[in-house]
Design a protein around this ligand. Structure first.
Ligand code: GLP
Length: 260
């Protein structure tokens, strides 16, 4: 597990974008797992900038999003479909046929979830999965108590998550109560995971995810079992980490090794 602590949101976003860009330059047909929420917006802006400057080609990339609210059509402004086109896809040269986002407004959810898992497999698996984290420690919409081996399925959101996401809706009552989310088993099969977190309201969840016991109560803690997990944090989100200075030292030492 690598823990990178950045000065602020801007630096966190840049570092995350650099990692994505580096993986993409190495493998032009990268399979990218993507996340929504306010956290990755800065990273998406940075990737768009790199693309516009001619440094990043998405023409062969396939993307799979983590989740989607149930009951919202893809053109609903609060849907994750809408979010992804607005914040990333409309501004890069991705082939729309290579974009996969869970559907939240179909009848046979179970069949859809199976199909989604199959599509990930057919693509050769996810190379790099971008993640945010909820205040209750969730990744995707894998709320506390999710099976640690779960696959894509429908989840009931906690009250805390509904409250947190209410800021994007006119009123709390408009926030969907269910979502379709990749499971923890699905996420853990990604070859690499990159979790971004900023702000003091994520500090507790981050401390538990990185330094607490692995537990379904903080689903991000499962990443401790992942062979290639990177956490990129800002100062505030890192403030409760007990080994904060050690993580900084490790990064400095890794840099020294590179420069040798
Ligand atoms: C939602 C999403 C998560 C995201 C989380 C945090 O619950 N399903 O993928 O990580 O919100 O959102 P934010 O980045 O806005 O804090």
């Amino acid at each position: 597990m690598r823990v990178i602590i950045s000065k602020n949101y801007e630096e966190m976003s840049k570092k995350a974008a650099e990692i994505v860009a580096e993986r993409l330059r190495k493998k032009p047909d990268l399979v990218l797992g993507l996340a929504t929420g306010s956290t990755p917006v800065g990273m998406y802006k940075e990737l768009i900038r790199m693309h516009k400057e001619g440094n990043l080609d998405f023409s062969k990339v396939k993307t799979f999003n983590l989740d989607e609210y149930c009951g919202l059509s893809p053109d609903h402004p609060q849907s994750y479909h809408y979010f992804m086109w607005e914040n990333l896809f409309n501004h890069i040269n991705i082939n729309p046929a290579n974009v996969y986002i869970p559907s939240g407004d179909i009848e046979n959810v179970e069949a859809f979830c199976k199909w989604y898992e199959e599509k990930i497999k057919e693509a050769g698996g996810i190379d790099l999965q971008v993640l945010g984290i909820g205040r209750d420690g969730h990744i995707g919409f894998n709320e506390p108590g999710s099976s640690l081996t779960s696959r894509t399925r429908i989840k009931t959101l906690t009250e805390e998550t509904v409250e947190d996401n209410a800021r994007f809706f006119e009123k709390k009552e408009d926030v969907p109560r269910y979502a379709v989310s990749m499971g923890l088993g699905t996420i853990m099969e990604a070859k690499e995971c990159l979790l971004l977190a900023n702000g003091a309201n994520k500090a507790e969840a981050i401390q538990k995810a990185i330094e607490g016991p692995v537990s379904a109560s903080i689903t991000a803690s499962l990443l401790q079992f992942h062979p290639r997990a990177i956490f990129i944090l800002d100062e505030e989100a890192s403030k409760n980490l007990k080994r904060r200075e050690y993580y900084r030292y490790v990064e400095r030492m890794a840099q020294k090794l590179k420069e040798r």
